[in-house]
Design a protein around this ligand. Structure first.
Ligand SMILES: Cc1cc2nc3c(=O)[nH]c(=O)nc-3n(C[C@H](O)[C@H](O)[C@H](O)COP(=O)(O)O)c2cc1C
Length: 328
């Protein structure tokens, strides 16, 4: 049996498989199942500021028929906001009381003051870490890449300077200069960077001529982008890198670690196969390590990162140029 334990943001995990933020970790029962399945850690379902606002609007619809009343509106929104914050704090407390694995809270807001309020609530409730879910969809033609990134960096700096907890930042795959952005996150104090979030996919229903949801779960072909960026950034930044999206097998976890990931986050594979699939992932990792003579994760990590490949420039290849890739 190989030693699968890893350090993550100053915590010791018994293995590198973290269950990513999702409905799987939205309540105490789900979190207990995640621990029982053998996860290294869990990220709670994100507390979304926008989600609270939408729920408040629905509640308000239920109360009001006819005239909209501004004071009633404010009251309902305020009560629901306070309720949602305290329900999330209770979830953290309950998870901490029920389980021994690290509990990482996840937050996503749009107003700067709400980021701070959520941060303080998570800190006070006793989570082991915070994950900033930096999903941020700006589709204004007026916002330059620099402005958007600077705005995001301010959020990260503000959260970090207002908590004693270690902070991970989970980002999407769309940045013009990924390497620079990842480096800035690390420089500004992110202890870990999760590469990448997989955002809600949109599609169209041609029968109903209406909007519809796209592919809910990732496929294994989607892993390549995260693998590439972990391979490129490993050793370039102080922050730990967490590989995520499209990880479906124990061998996929091994690949992420070989590229340089400190740990991984998995979500779709558990929705598709049940949380007990954790044991298949762990066995797959173990078997590969045994067969290949590795008895600890630390011996594997970053062996195939760009830095270790000493100038072979493998991870940066992205065009099918026959003389370089052998494929045309
Ligand atoms: C149903 C569902 C709900 C999710 N909810 C969240 C969320 O609340 N916060 C978040 O940061 N990511 C959320 N995610 C994204 C996952 O945490 C993960 O980053 C993504 O699915 C990629 O990993 P995977 O390929 O293993 O699924 C969700 C994913 C799914 C499928």
């Amino acid at each position: 049996m190989a030693n699968l334990s890893v350090d993550y943001m100053g915590m010791n995990l018994k293995n590198p498989i973290i269950v990513g933020s999702s409905g799987l970790s939205k309540n105490a029962g789900g979190i207990q199942k995640i621990q029982a399945a053998g996860a290294g850690a869990v990220v709670l379902k994100t507390l979304f500021e926008v989600g609270i606002a939408a729920e408040s609007d629905k509640l308000e619809e239920g109360f009001q028929q006819g005239d909209a009343h501004t004071e009633a509106h404010d009251l309902i929104h305020d009560m629901h906001y306070q309720y949602s914050l305290s329900a999330y704090a209770d979830l953290i407390k309950q998870a901490k009381a029920d389980t021994e694995i690290p509990i990482i809270a996840s937050i996503n807001c749009y107003k700067p003051e709400v980021w701070l309020e959520f941060t303080k609530m998570v800190d006070k409730a006793g989570a082991d870490g915070i994950e900033i879910n930096l999903s941020y969809f700006k589709n204004s033609v007026k916002a330059s890449a620099q402005e958007v990134e600077d705005e995001q960096m301010e959020i990260v700096k503000n959260v970090i300077s207002n908590t004693k907890l270690p902070v991970a930042v989970k980002i999407g795959p769309y940045y013009s200069s990924m390497a620079n952005f990842v480096q800035r996150l690390s420089f500004n104090g992110a202890k870990a960077i999760v590469l990448f979030n997989r955002f809600y996919k949109v599609d169209l229903d041609l029968e109903k001529l209406d909007f519809s949801a796209g592919q809910r779960f990732s496929s294994s072909t989607e892993m390549s982008s995260a693998l590439r960026w972990v391979g490129l950034m490993s050793g370039e930044v102080k922050a730990e890198l967490i590989g995520s999206t499209g990880i479906k097998t124990g061998e996929d976890v091994v690949k992420m670690i070989l590229a340089g990931a400190q740990a991984v986050q998995v979500c779709s594979a558990f929705y598709e196969n049940g949380i007990s699939y954790m044991s298949t992932l762990l066995k797959g990792m173990n078997d590969w390590m045994d067969e290949n003579g590795f008895d600890s994760i630390d011996l594997l990590r970053a062996r195939l990162s760009e830095k270790k490949l000493k100038g072979q420039k493998f991870w940066g290849r992205h065009q099918y140029i026959k003389s370089i890739t052998g494929i045309d």
